[in-house]
Write a protein that binds this ligand. Sequence first.
Ligand code: GLU
Length: 377
Amino acid sequence: MGFDSGREMPDRVVVKVGTRLVVDDEGRPRRRFLDHICAQIRELIDAGTEVLLVSSGAVTVGWRMLPGPRKTLRVAERASAAAIGQPVMLRYWADSLAKVHLAPAQVLLTQDDVVNRDRCMRLRQTLEGLLAWGVLPVINENDSVTVEQVTFGENDLLAAMVAVAITPAELLVILSDQEGLYTADPRQSPRAELIRTVQPDEDVSRFAAGAGGPESLGGMAKKIQAARRATDCGIRVVIADGNVPEVLTRIVRGEEIGTCMLPGPRMPSRRAWLAAHLKPRGTLIVDGGARRALLQSDGCSLLPSGITDVQGDFHAGDVVTVNDAEGREIARGLVNYSAEETRAIRGQHSSRIREIIRRDGPPEVVHRDDMVVQVSE
Ligand code: GLU
C-alpha cells in the first residue's frame, strides 16, 4: 500500500486492543492472544516499525478481583477497579513480552494530557525516548482520576489521539472481536457484507448505527468516530478482528484484512493536534463574509471585524472553535486574545485594537497558521 516515508511498511504504528481480546469474562488473561500479539510486535520492531500499544482491560480485571458478585460498576467504583486492574494488566503484558525479550512501559493518560500542548509535547518526548530504548509503551486511560464527562471511555479515541497528536504515526490498527465494519448487522442479516475500504470523505456512520447489539452498536460507532479523527489528519486506520492469525503483521505489511479507512492528506503535526482537539475553550461566531473568506481559501486569518459573538471563557493561546451563524463548525484555532478582549474588539476594524484593549496585539484574532479550516466531527 505504501506510506509517506516511501516504505511499504509504516515507520510507526499505534495498535489498540480491546478488553475482550486481552481478558476473558472473568478478567483472566487470554494468554494465547497476548503471546501471539507480542510475538507480532517483536516481528514488526525487528523489521523497523515502531509500535505503541493502547491496551484496555484494566477496569474489567480490577472489577473481577473485587469480592462479591457485582453486575455493574458505579463511576467511582470503576475508577477504583481501574487502580486495582492497571498493575495486574501490565503484568499480563510483561509476562507475554518477556517471552520475546521486550519490556513494557506503562503510560496512563487523561484528556488534559492531550489538550495541553506542553504536556502533550512532554509526553511525545517520553514516548519517543521509550521507543528509542526499544521498550514497548503500553498506554491506557488513567481511569482512576478521570471524571465521567471527560473520559475517553473505550480506548479507540485515546488510540486515535496518540496516533494523531502525541506520537504521530502512519497507521492506526484497532483490534477487537469484530471483523470490521459491515453494511448491516451480520448476526441478523444474511446479506450483510464486510466493507473492505472506506474513502476519506465517505460517510459510513449509517452502517455503524445499524450494526450489532447494544454493546457492539456503540462500539462500532465510536470506533468510526475515532478513526475519522485519524483519517482526517492523514493517518490510515484498519479495524479488524484481533483473533485472526498474524493479523497485525499482515495488516502492517499491507494485506487486506477487516475494514481499511483510507486517509485524507497528511496534516503537519501541530495542525493535526489542533484539528483533533477534544475540548476547545470557547467559540467565535462569524458573519457570512468571514465564513466565506475562511472556507474559500485555507489561507485567510480571522479578523475581529468578522466576529459577531464570543462564547465561553478563554485566554490568549487557547484553542477555540469558529462557528457560522447556524452553529456549524468552520474552523479551529489558537486565539490571540482572551474572551474578554475578543468581546471588546469583535465587529471592529483591526486598526482599532490598540485603542480598545489598550495594548498592542496582532491584527488577526486567529492567525491562518494557527487554524485548521473545516474540521469534521
Ligand atoms: N480504560 C478502560 C480499561 O482499561 C477501557 C475500557 C474499554 O475500552 O472497554 O478498562
